[in-house]
Design a protein around this ligand. Structure first.
Ligand code: ATP
Length: 214
């Protein structure tokens, strides 16, 4: 079973890496592929260039085993729709089941993703949640009309995920790390230190990008 984790990574931070590490260990995933998006469909133009986002992500993941960068969305160009990415992954990893890992905030907006119901034919969904959240309340956030569709896929049991190739939703509670790329960008604009919020190699590189832009 492999994991995939998509995002803008503008820039990458521990709030991306640590929850995924928890998921990888809990589900015993053989690898997790981090997929930086090209043109994110649901948000404005990133702050860093695609090359910079990619380069920081590569540096950040260097010290983690079996956590790798997958450039297929950048290579494809145009809007990055997860359904296209999953179809492409499925053809590369025909014998593997795929777990799409997403944060709770991203999950709340999943009904806006292109052909989102078809995602469940291709992968399981693992939502990293904050400890203590009620599963029903999380599903309700996606919209009352979607609740029955999602509820029948919900499981709290990792073994259920391992039995089928796709189609389940697992809510996995992970320690909370209150960091976002937005916060990092805001801190940098104010000249504040962000060195504790991402791996050191990535931070050094980010400092270099900022100095080059001065
Ligand atoms: P921005 O602040 O620019 O919106 P972000 O920090 O939320 O960025 P993204 O690249 O948009 O990062 O998110 C990629 C994925 O990482 C999403 O699934 C999101 O839910 C998840 N994520 C981001 N920050 C955290 C965090 N602190 N804890 C858990 N998951 C997170």
């Amino acid at each position: 079973m492999i994991g995939i984790f998509g995002g803008t990574f503008d820039p990458v931070h521990f709030g991306h890496i640590k929850p995924v590490l928890n998921v990888k260990q809990a589900l015993n995933l053989s690898q997790v592929r981090f997929i930086p998006n090209s043109v994110p469909p649901h948000r404005e133009e990133p702050w860093l260039s695609a090359e910079q986002r990619l380069s920081l992500l590569q540096s950040a993941l260097e010290e983690y085993d079996d956590m790798v960068v997958d450039t297929r969305e950048l290579d494809r160009g145009g809007p990055s729709y997860m359904i296209d990415t999953l179809r492409s992954l499925k053809s590369d990893y025909q014998d593997e089941s795929i777990c799409l890992v997403i944060g709770m905030d991203a999950f709340f907006g999943i009904a806006q993703w292109r052909q989102w119901k078809q995602l469940f034919e291709l992968c399981h969904l693992v939502v990293t949640t904050r400890p203590g959240f009620d599963p029903a309340l999380i599903l309700e956030q996606v919209g009352a009309e979607n609740y029955p569709f999602l509820a029948e896929k919900l499981t709290q049991d990792i073994e259920t995920l391992k039995q089928g190739n796709a189609g389940n939703i697992l809510l996995l509670s992970v320690p909370l790390l209150d960091i976002s790329s937005t916060e990092i960008r805001n801190r940098l604009l104010k000249g504040e230190d962000v060195s504790q919020l991402m791996p050191d190699e990535a931070h050094q590189k980010l400092r270099g990008f900022i100095d080059d832009n001065r």
